[in-house]
Design a protein around this ligand. Structure first.
Ligand code: SF4
Ligand code: SF4
Length: 326
């Protein structure tokens, strides 16, 4: 099988675009990540495909385009559609893996190497000031999945340039809009301030970040929402409407109602992210941001949790709500 046959098969499995890139070590990214190893986004990232999987001849870079989530109505929480798409793309990659294996290839889907760099190597776009991959077809709203393959790469492609090019206007809108002040004209220079790095991680969120999360249960889409490049040729895909969630669904004293809501969320974004204690930890912050005293009984219960992030966030939320009452 060659690259164009692989692309056709990837499209059949639901991906929007696919291309191969070489599997050399990600040396530069390894050095950068070493200095930011504490960040959740970077956990479990690997850098040396050939050392990990000696049979690898290329990485398939699979793009899954998605539509933005609606902004939440009153009482609802924000769940970025990236997470729905990411879950769907993960399963599509498994399907593609089975099809390639049946065709006699050796492959491994959902491998964790620096995805944006791989997409640059595959010539699929550029990295904008938002530090997102920006593609000419879909803007930055793409999930990138990597698959290690034994498919020979016929020739190396000219790599997409970093940041400024015809698919990033350098307009600075993403930098000005970022609620965490995480972006500069050089990209995500303060990853420790990016809200996405703390969503449903189950860790205690730094205090200065908590109120900036506003009503977001998972994801921050602000830098993408303001980016004019989202308008370019975005193909409308047939997709199931993602479910919406109320804060009340999670801030409930009824354990079975909480379990039902958590299971519904897990169906949409995957069980790994939607673990009950992670959901409680994030929901506690959103309750604090809501200022709604109706949540105090549940928060007081959570303040005695054995799970440190749930306990700490609930205590913070109680203090915040009680201060607002005065
Ligand atoms: S995801 Fe949100 S916090 Fe992170 S860089 Fe974009 S706008 Fe800023
Ligand atoms: S908002 Fe402007 S500067 Fe930021 S990524 Fe989009 S085009 Fe580039």
């Amino acid at each position: 099988m060659d690259e164009s046959a692989l692309s056709a098969l990837a499209l059949e499995c639901g991906f929007s675009k696919a291309a191969l890139c070489h599997a050399d070590a990600f040396t530069q990214e390894k050095d950068i990540v070493r200095s930011q190893a504490q960040l959740a986004e970077r956990r479990q990232l690997k850098f040396e495909p050939l050392a990990d999987l000696p049979w690898v001849k290329s990485l398939a870079v699979l793009l899954w385009a998605y539509r933005p989530a609606e902004l939440p109505a009153a009482g609802s929480v924000f769940v970025d559609s990236y997470y729905f798409a990411s879950n769907a793309a993960y399963h599509a990659a498994k399907k593609l893996e089975d099809a390639l294996t049946a065709a006699g290839h050796r492959v491994q889907s959902n491998v964790s190497y620096p995805a944006r760099k791989a997409a640059l190597r595959a010539g699929l776009g550029v990295v904008g000031c938002s530090s997102m991959l920006i593609t000419p077809e879909y803007g930055s709203r793409v999930v990138i999945i990597l698959m290690a393959t034994d498919i020979e790469l016929m020739s190396r492609k000219p790599e997409g340039s970093a940041r400024i090019s015809q698919t990033c206007l350098a307009c600075g809108r993403c930098i000005r809009a970022c609620p965490g002040s995480a972006l500069t004209e050089h990209g995500l220079t303060h990853p420790e301030k990016c809200l996405r790095n703390y969503m449903l991680e189950g860790t205690i969120v730094p205090e200065e970040i908590r109120s900036r999360m506003s009503r977001s249960l998972v994801g921050c889409d602000v830098c993408q929402r303001v980016c004019p490049m989202q308008l370019c040729n975005h193909e409308e895909k047939e997709e199931a409407e993602p479910a919406s969630f109320l804060l009340d669904d999670f801030l409930t004293a009824d354990p079975s109602a909480f379990s039902r809501a958590a299971a519904r969320l897990a169906e949409q974004i995957g069980r790994n992210a939607a673990r009950p204690q992670r959901i409680r930890a994030q929901a506690a912050l959103l309750a604090g941001n809501s200022g709604n005293p109706a949540y105090l009984p549940v928060l007081k219960n959570w303040a005695e949790s054995d799970f440190p992030a749930v306990r700490e966030h609930a205590l913070w939320a109680i203090k915040r709500i009680e201060q607002e009452k005065k």
